[in-house]
Design a protein around this ligand. Structure first.
Ligand code: CP
Length: 301
């Protein structure tokens, strides 16, 4: 089956089509039916991804099985390759949230049904589909815009790099030294961008936000790194999205955060609740974007 493991599994045209379908679905212009079963196999906590995928599937007329890993035999050591081949016989599509991206790849290798990356240590493609929909809502066409990501060069930064390059957007990633995004993903984004758009990795947050239409941040310590959170605060402080930094961006700039947010760490309460913030629309758009994704992977029934 067709999988979504990396945002780069989609072409520019396919992302455009998904965003178009998501916008039509959100506006109630299409009534898509997909009477299938989605499994959610999650190794980590989730509010948005779990609920938005579930509601998206219910709205399509499908059903959802929420598989907490602890209540499966995976937690007692059943090999992933075996689990994949069994779930493949029951489900029509499986979204997985795990740590090691290779585990996701194993599922994709052994299951014929579509496997969706619901977040790994390497990427978070479903989040970026919702982000692009939110940017499209604010500005119309996304191409030619500059997005500035501030903070940790994590899975969200990786998928943003690929997403911006694919959509003809410039991307500036500002991180402290030692926290840059994965060099392979940066090279991949640069290869996709060619000489059409810029991919800039810097440690200078003020330079990075100049001319930005979108300011984006995420937690400074990802799930599994909680014990490092306190030590990271002083290192990441210059990359906080606050009113002072926001003033340096375009006056029309919007602010995104994939959530959950740590107020007064990566983003101030003032910016989060301010008029340039689009974080709640962004969270809502997870549902619309994933509904379009499920419809496109599964077809109409
Ligand atoms: N943004 C995001 O993936 O949220 P959850 O961790 O709540 O799913």
């Amino acid at each position: 089956g067709r999988d979504l493991l990396s945002l780069a599994d989609l072409s520019t045209a396919e992302i455009r089509e998904l965003l178009h379908l998501a916008a039509e679905m959100k506006a109630g212009k299409v009534n898509y039916r997909c009477d299938r079963v989605l499994g959610l196999l999650f190794y980590k906590a989730s509010t948005r991804t779990r609920v938005s995928f579930s509601v998206a599937m219910y709205q399509l007329g499908g059903q959802v099985i929420d598989l907490n890993v602890d209540s499966t035999q995976v937690s007692r050591g059943e090999p992933l390759a075996d689990t994949a081949r069994v779930l493949d016989r029951y489900l029509d599509v499986l979204a997985i949230r795990t740590f090691d991206h290779q585990d996701l790849q194993t599922f994709a290798d052994y299951a014929a049904i579509p496997i969706i990356n619901a977040l790994t240590d390497l990427e978070h493609p479903c989040q970026i589909l919702a982000d692009l929909l939110t940017i499209q809502e604010a500005f119309g066409d996304v191409s030619g815009l500059t997005l500035t990501y501030l903070g940790d060069g994590n899975n969200v930064a990786h998928s943003l790099l690929l997403g911006c390059a694919l959509m003809g957007m410039n991307i500036n990633v500002a991180t402290p030294k030692g926290y840059q995004p994965d060099a392979k993903i940066v090279a991949q984004a640069k290869a996709i961008a060619g000489d059409r758009t810029q991919v800039i990795i810097t440690d200078d947050p003020k330079m990075a936000v100049k001319d930005a239409a979108v300011l984006y941040t995420d937690v400074w310590a990802s799930m599994g790194q909680e014990n490092l959170a306190d030590a990271r605060i002083p290192i990441f402080q210059p990359y906080q999205i606050n009113d002072e930094l926001l003033e340096l961006a375009n006056t029309e700039a919007i602010v995104l955060h994939c959530l959950p947010a740590h107020r007064e760490e990566e983003i101030t309460d003032s910016v989060m609740e301010g008029k340039q913030s689009r974080v709640w629309d962004q969270a809502e758009n997870r549902m619309h974007a994933q509904k379009a994704l499920l419809a496109s992977l599964l077809g109409s029934t």
